[in-house]
Design a protein around this ligand. Sequence first.
Ligand SMILES: [Zn+2]
Length: 385
Amino acid sequence: MSTPQEPYQICVRCVMDTSDPWIRFNRLGVCNHCTEFLATRVAVTAYQHRRPQQAESGLNALFEEVRSKRSPGSDHDVVVGVSGGVDSSSVAMLAQQAGLRVLAVHMDNGWDTPIAIQNIYKLIGLPGISYHAEVLHWNGFKAIQRAFIEAGVPDIELPTDIAIQAALHRVAQQRRISIILSGGNIANEGILPPAWLYNARDSRYAHAVLQKAGTPPKLYQSINFGFRRELRCRLLHRIQTLYPLNRFRYDKEAARHNLKQAIGWQSYGGKHCESTFTRFTQLVYLPKRHQVDYRRGYLSADICIGKTTRSEALQQLETPPWAKIQVDQDLAFVARKLDYTPAQLEAAMHSPPSWYSDFPNGERLLGVAYNTYRLLTGRPKASNF
Ligand SMILES: [Zn+2]
């Protein structure tokens, strides 16, 4: 990676800017993020089709594929990770409506909001959906989250991301289920530069962060899901992850409405705010410490798929990300849970930021490893592993 860019620049097509220190612009002022997003991510989803009808048939094809891969020895067809949020709840309900036997798995990291928990209980009341919860050991997980805050990196959600992957694959393997359905989708996850959230599968990096804070790296073992483990799951246990929400023109508002009608699901406001920690991270901590505003990534993706215009996006960004939440209340809650005083957490938030490239990591090696794997399995090469 090169050194961070100065002075300020913003893309002329999307709204990504030099808050990603390693953003690149072409001579017309268009950035690498929207260029790659349109060329590689949109191209493998329903958004590649111009006609909505063509786009809708993809979901049925995906469920047919799942039915054809049913393992005779299992009581379930798919594992679906559920958070109580709209994306994962929609996937579970769509699979259930398609007649699949769903095992809903929730990874409890201690940060669920009461609404998220209620939503999960409503969802698992549907016939055909069974439930399994994995609860993380709180003291160990708290030490990991504190280590990421103390290291100054923006990746404080990385331990949760990897713990979810570890839990879903562990359950799929134990129950002999070969398909994991993910709520991940390009329509809502936006553009996410590695500088803002680095890859959770790089164990060398995670260990370096823990070491800096003096946290025993062995704590990470219980939530780890690195390259070797992933390869074993994919090749030996034949576990595959599919993305139903990319197979049709997924509309979050319509999905919320459907969930409300079907199970009395409740909205919690904001993207990924089913967790208090996520809300605090995206709307307060990262904007203040790293000048990173996740809305910029979401809005840039929306511009690329035609859901909003660049001028509307710029207008939205004029309001600070924390404008609609009670910052002091969230700060006090997060501080108390992590055994900080609010003043200590506030001080961390105003300390100089660091980035993943400041720590030993396996980016180069894993990039080669994953691209070799993609080559062997006939998938396109990617710029990030
Ligand atoms: Zn751009």
